[in-house]
Design a protein around this ligand. Structure first.
Ligand code: MN
Length: 219
């Protein structure tokens, strides 16, 4: 079963409307024992950001995160994003993360939630595409609630239009949500798959997972 929760690295997002969208995120972490951010609201009035982190937890995966309403909506993508329009990449929703989680590259201590090494593989801004939002008078958040959102990424590595589509679970279902992340046809489409995560390098520091882990041991 391709359920990311089974490896213990992620759980479901917290219910909506509980007043604190980061309650689940914070409850799982001991901020005196992990250097992950506690979470603060980001500044408004700029383009929303995205980040893709590679996370060597019990299962190696990519964490795909989009800024929506002041938090990072997050999906765990085991195989990572592909630029090939024929590749449908499983994307399992995980709890909202604070906006400043996009700054996190380092090691989550053994025994802690999500223990393992994280690199920032790619980052940039994104723009919601009219096909899923403004054309129909919806916000991007509403498009996600309805289970289909398209957006254009402007990152260092990932560029062009992508779609996230829920194919299981949702508001009228008790099943755990599952989504697909798929490249849309455009000038940026074609061929390039996600890198081997063990060889991939941080967009910020050029380091591999192994180097980040070694650097932290040396501190
Ligand atoms: Mn993760």
């Amino acid at each position: 079963m391709n359920d990311h929760h089974a490896d213990g690295t992620h759980g479901d997002r917290s219910p909506k409307g509980d007043g604190d969208r980061l309650a689940t995120y914070r409850a799982r972490r001991h901020f005196d024992r992990t250097s992950e951010p506690r979470g603060e609201r980001g500044p408004g009035g700029r383009e929303p950001v995205f980040v893709v982190q590679i996370h060597q937890a019990r299962a190696l995966h990519f964490d795909f995160r989009l800024e929506v309403d002041g938090v990072l909506r997050s999906w765990s993508v085991p195989k990572g994003p592909s630029a090939d329009v024929h590749d449908k990449r499983l994307a399992m929703p995980t709890e909202d993360h604070p906006l400043d989680y996009r700054e996190f590259e380092g090691v989550i201590a053994r025994g802690e939630y999500g223990a393992g090494t994280v690199i920032i593989w790619d980052e940039g801004t994104y723009a919601p595409l009219a096909s899923s939002t403004t054309e129909r008078g919806r916000t991007f958040a509403e498009a996600l609630e309805r289970g289909h959102a398209t957006f254009r990424l402007d990152g260092s590595k990932l560029r062009g239009a992508y779609a996230l589509t829920r194919f299981r679970g949702g508001p009228d279902s008790t099943e755990r949500e599952a989504w697909l992340l798929v490249k849309k046809k455009d000038a940026r489409a074609g061929g390039r798959d996600a890198p081997d995560p063990l060889r991939a390098r941080s967009v910020r520091t050029g380091r591999t997972l192994r180097q980040v882990a070694a650097d932290e041991r040396d501190d």
